[in-house]
Structure formats: structure tokens, C-alpha cells
Write a protein that binds this ligand. Sequence first.
Ligand SMILES: [Zn+2]
Length: 347
Amino acid sequence: MGEIWIKEAERLGDGSIGGAMDTPTAPPRVVWHTTESGHGDTSFKNVGDYLINVGAEPHILYDPTTDRIAQYGPLNESARALRNDGLTRTNRTGRVCIQIEVLARASNPFTGYWKPGPNFKALMRAIRSWGVPDVWPAGALADRYADPDVSRSRTVWATKGGHYGHSQVPGNDHWDPGAIDKSAIFRAAGSTTTPSQPSAGSTYTVKDGDTLSSIGAATGVKWQTIASLNGIKSPYTITVGQVLKLKSSAYRPTVSVAHLNEARAKDIPASTGHTTYKTEVLVVERALVAEGLLDERYVDGSWGTKTQDAYDAFRRKVGYSGSGATGSVGLESLKKLASRRGFTARA
Ligand SMILES: [Zn+2]
């Protein structure tokens, strides 16, 4: 399950605005609206009440100038800010159809002057928790009423997940949210990926703002593959800090602390043919590279000073200090590295 109530959001109304989705197996989506009003707390109150009075509640009311956010109803049920397309209840299309009313006017795109903050990030975190991809499947947003360049394709709406403007929903004729900067929405969400992380290993550690699709884009692995490798099913919820496999790992290497410490004590060079030790040292070295602590060129299966320094840095990174972060390798710290980097540690 994704996030149903955003903990950072104020509540508006009685918490019940719609009901179950009609096509819960269709991809999840978001619809952006503008309230065609001013912003600030007075507008927030007036427009917030007005939307209840006319029965046109979105899920979310957002002030782009103050980062204030409120929520009317659960994200896994429908909202009421769209018109039906004939018999198709557009409010109820998709796994989720999260509707956001931004206190702004379509004629003055809010991304030109907004100040998104932590509450906007929280909103995007909740959106991504439902597996909504960072895309605008219907293309260009309207920049005026009846803009002929805007598509309201029924096929796209029925089959593609992602972000839509009200202007792109079939059966509707509004042109909000105007020509906002589509990519600014994702940039403001605080999605960050460390380019060195995916290429370095066969796992990926989930960071704030990640979705399966953003991880897929960053790693070059199809998000569907990542989902199946990790047993993640609809609605594709992932959590910060979770370690995802990027490759099938029928073989999960085991590394022995005793072997490592013997390799360390003797500084066994790769050339002497101690293949067991070499293989295990290589696993640890690759894990340290993936942690960003060891340069690729020192991955040689020999536990030298570079490997030791990198391991000590890892120990400090996970909270060890003083003598606990130097010297021989301990099982506890190795287990920490193993769980983050997809191998098994033993005594
Ligand atoms: Zn609208």
C-alpha cells in the first residue's frame, strides 16, 4: 500500500469525498489543477471551504507560495474535481487518481514563482509511494483555453500512468493548470540519485524520493524487473533504506570474517593463489566501491592498506568510532556491509 493520508498535511472537511476506484488495475496517476484564485491563508480558507460547498473536492489543496498543504480525502479513493467522460468516471480511473488543486491561476503558471518546500516533497513522496512514474504521458499542457495542441486522448488516459493536467483529461474542457514547467515538479520533489551507486554493484539502496521507475531510469534496469527480483507487487511500495537487488542472485556469496582477517594479517597477494580468500576479499572490495569508499582500481583481491582504510571508513559511516573502527574485521560490521550489499557474512 502507498500512503493514504499525508502526515504533513492539514485535514479539510470530514475526510470522506469519494469512493473506490473503478479501474484499480489501471496505472496510477495524478491530475494537477489550479483554483483560479489568489494564494495566501485567506484564499486557502475561502477556496478550501468553497470546494467542499460545491462538492468538487480534490485530494489535496496546496499553496505554492507558502508550501501549505491540506488533504480532503484518502489517496486510495476517488476525488471529485473532474467531469465524467460520458460513462467513464474519470475521477475513478487508475490504481489511484490523485488530484491536486494549487492556489494559482492557469494564466500565470505557478512554477514561475512558487516556493516548494518540505510539504511539497511530502506530497511527491506520497504520490511516488503509489508507483506514479515521473512522466507526463499526454505531452504538452494547455497554455490557453481550447488550446488546439493539447491531447485528451482516451487511450492515453486509460492506459498510461503519470502526471496529467486537468487540460489533458478526456471529457473535460478546463485548461488548468496552465503551462507549468513539467520537469520542475519532479526537480522540486527532491529526487536524487547518486550516479556512482547503481553502476558499482548489483544492489541499490532506496533514497528519499525514489520510485521503482526513477530507480529503473537511474540504473538502466527495467522497473518491472526490479519489482519481480525483489518480490514487490502492486502498488509497488518501497521504503527509504531498503536494499533492492538489480540482478538475479541465485548465487549470493558468503564471506568469512576469519578468512578476511587471515588475508588481512598476511596481506596475501592476489598472485599467490589463495582463491578462497581472494574471492572473499573481492566481494568486500566491490561492496566498499559500491559504498563510494574505495577506488575501483584497488579492487584486486588483496587486503592491503587501501582496503583497510576503506573498511575503516565504512565502520565510521555506520556509527563505529575509536578502536571499534580500526583493526581486524568484526562480524557485526561485516554483517552490516553484507546486508547493504547483497552477500552473506559468517564467522
Ligand atoms: Zn481543474
